[in-house]
Design a protein around this ligand. Structure first.
Ligand SMILES: C[S@@+](CC[C@H](N)C(=O)[O-])C[C@H]1O[C@@H](n2cnc3c(N)ncnc32)[C@H](O)[C@@H]1O
Length: 449
């Protein structure tokens, strides 16, 4: 049964919700600010926590602002837009430090100079659905798969939005064109605004054939897409390629290509900073980039390293990485090897050396146990960890610290202003001579709030 009660928000936690307490249980309330009082209504009740929505703001915080996006609150893309940019950044720092402290690690974090809070995204993923027979195209709602009709995303550039409007109008002209489509990912070049490629996901292989019949090539002309790929969520490797589904990104002196569907860092302003943080200060014998994507954290360092090894499981990203190495030329890429493999499987049989420098940039779940244990058992002494999930990072950091590493540098890079997401870039070095738990509380990690 829905209950109404008043709460005071203690803090904002990983995921972006405000945390409060009510009758011995934790209550999570989205769209709130630390210190505020709200009247809330439960939306989900579990044994040890509740989810609730605010029905009245009783006492507001000075950190609150009017969100600049008309979709805010319904669209699930942003979760901290009701905070001033400075307060949102401070909140993210608190989330990172709290994630570490829950793993009994106390360490301060440098916060990178903030990037513009809008127009930064080079990749947006929009979904297709039907409501009352009408085609709906937009983002998922907060913690739901309901699609909200979105015409414009403030986080994306104006040219990327213009492409989205044109794509939308092509489907609105004839909604049967969207039959069987699940989503579209639009990817813009970070240095050539308006050069956009796309990846459509359809439900099944059959959906690819169906979509092909609807003359999707028209989209190149109509929406100015460079090219696109259509592939099935399930059903193997078959894909449809139209035009040239490739964009380029400038990274210092390098030009990196990305095919639709390959991963590339999504904030156009943050690319150089990310590379600078992990850049080696002196010559390196071997640079090992696990989860390497198209070579973002490996190719910029090829001239400083005797050898570079990149490992990536996605075939498309891997082939981009190889093409990027080739395009980078002999002078700095002849020493580069890209291997298509699961990172843990690679590490299992790879013979690491003490002077190897390893970069890991895993998906949200962090390192697998197998990879973590393999790295811990290896003789490496320096590891850069690039993370997009603070709790997963903190879990892995604890294992590293328990096994004799210490955090040498920790930087929060806010790649995703207005959302609760951010990137953490840490450098771990192996403590010499001892393998104690110094720097760690001896207590086990805290499980719950
Ligand atoms: C967060 S992205 C980072 C990519 C790259 N470091 C960059 O900055 O562009 C993670 C990458 O890991 C790849 N990946 C996911 N699971 C993997 C696995 N088990 N083994 C190797 N690569 C994996 C993904 O395809 C993706 O390219």
């Amino acid at each position: 049964m829905m209950k109404r009660f008043e709460v005071e928000i203690e803090k904002i936690v990983a995921g972006g919700d405000g945390l409060a307490r009510h009758e011995g249980r934790v209550v999570f309330v989205p769209g709130t600010v630390s210190g505020e009082r709200h009247q809330v209504e439960t939306v989900l009740e579990k044994k040890d926590f509740l989810r609730a929505r605010s029905v009245a703001l009783l006492e507001s915080s000075e950190q609150r602002r009017e969100a600049p996006c008309p979709y805010y609150g319904r669209c699930g893309g942003c979760s901290l837009m009701h905070l001033s940019p400075a307060a949102a950044l401070e909140t993210k720092r608190d989330i990172l430090l709290e994630s570490l402290s829950r793993q009994r690690i106390s360490h301060d974090a440098v916060v990178a100079t903030p990037f513009p809070e809008t127009g930064y995204r080079t990749r947006i993923r929009l979904h297709f659905s039907r409501s009352g027979g009408e085609l709906v195209m937009g983002f998922h709602g907060r913690a739901s798969h309901e699609v909200h009709d979105i015409e414009h995303c403030l986080l994306a550039s104006e040219p990327l939005n213009a492409t989205w409007r044109a794509v939308r109008s092509w489907f609105h002209e004839d909604p049967t064109r969207a039959r069987g489509l699940k989503s579209i990912e639009l990817q813009e070049s970070s240095h050539q605004p308006g050069r956009v490629i796309a990846r459509f996901l359809v439900q099944s292989r059959h959906g690819i054939l169906e979509f092909e019949k609807r003359e999707p090539r028209e989209l190149l002309e109509h929406a100015g897409l460079q090219g696109f790929i259509v592939e099935a969520e399930r059903g193997g490797r078959r894909e449809l390629r139209v035009g040239s589904p490739v964009v380029e990104h400038r990274l210092g002196e390098l030009m990196l290509r990305q095919t639709a569907g390959s991963f590339f860092q999504a904030n156009r302003f943050a690319l150089d900073r990310l590379v600078q943080i992990v850049a080696p200060k002196s010559a390196v014998a071997r640079w090992i980039d696990l989860y390497c994507g198209v070579g973002f954290f490996s190719l910029p360092f090829a001239s400083a390293a005797g050898e570079v090894v990149g490992v990536e499981s996605a075939p498309r990203s891997l082939s981009d990485a190889r093409a990027n190495a080739k395009a980078a030329g002999q002078q700095n890429a002849g020493n580069v090897r890209f291997i298509q493999q699961d990172a843990a499987t690679f590490a299992e049989s790879f013979s690491f050396n003490r002077d190897d420098i390893v970069v890991v940039d895993p998906p949200r779940g962090g390192l697998t146990r197998a990879l973590r244990e393999r790295l811990l058992a290896s003789p490496i002494e320096r590891l850069h960890y690039v993370s997009c999930d603070a709790p997963a990072f903190a879990r892995d950091a604890r294992a590293l610290v328990e096994s004799g590493f210490e955090i040498d540098a920790l930087e929060l890079v806010d790649l995703f202003p207005n959302t609760h997401h951010f990137e953490t870039v840490a450098t771990f070095i192996r403590r010499r001579g001892r393998r104690s738990l110094s720097g760690l509380d001896s207590l086990p990690p805290k499980g719950r709030y």
